[in-house]
Design a protein around this ligand. Structure first.
Ligand code: RP5
Length: 164
């Protein structure tokens, strides 16, 4: 896939975040949306991360999903560098059940928003990126409507066979 077709950047602080973040990629793939995975850390690779965030818009990215665990500064610092919508995914680490990541990401100062999903909420991060892109793409919008319709149908059908 060419760089021009990539609409969503999925960045994360460590390769240890990958098993969770693969779900975001799966959703984007399902909707036929181009994406890229990058390991970038606000702490370990600050220059590379800043360069990525500052150049994201000019490279054609429309949304960035940023995941981090612990002192999870990656989504917020990304938002500081760009006007592209940032979706933050708090990663559940080895301690504190992911509450450290959640609070680090969700408590942004006024003026620098990050749309924070649930702890390990990579699937919803992918779907939120789809929703943002659907605003300006009728094809994606139709697919999203169909996705929701199927979810509704599947949920209703779970009542079949329940007799109590
Ligand atoms: C964060 O530190 C990463 O996003 C990861 O969730 C956490 C631990 O990283 P590793 O020590 O596993 O590389 O920056």
């Amino acid at each position: 896939m060419s760089v021009a077709e990539i609409k969503v950047g999925i960045i994360m602080g460590s390769d240890s975040d990958l098993p969770v973040m693969e779900d975001a990629g799966k959703i984007l793939k399902e909707f036929g949306i181009g994406y890229e995975f990058k390991i970038l850390s606000a702490h370990r690779t600050p220059d590379q991360h800043a360069e990525y965030s500052k150049s994201a818009s000019s490279r054609g990215l429309k949304v960035i999903i940023a995941a981090a665990g612990g002192a999870a500064h990656l989504p917020g610092v990304t938002a500081a560098h760009t006007t592209i919508p940032i979706i933050g995914v708090p990663i559940k680490g080895k301690s504190l059940e992911g509450m450290d990541s959640l609070l680090s990401i969700v408590q942004m100062p006024a003026g620098v928003p990050v749309a924070t999903v649930a702890i390990n909420g990579a699937k919803n991060a992918g779907l939120l990126a789809v929703s943002i892109l659907a605003l300006s793409d009728e094809n994606i919008n139709t697919k999203l409507k169909n996705y929701k319709k199927k979810m509704e149908t599947d949920s209703i059908s779970k009542n079949d066979g329940i007799n109590y």
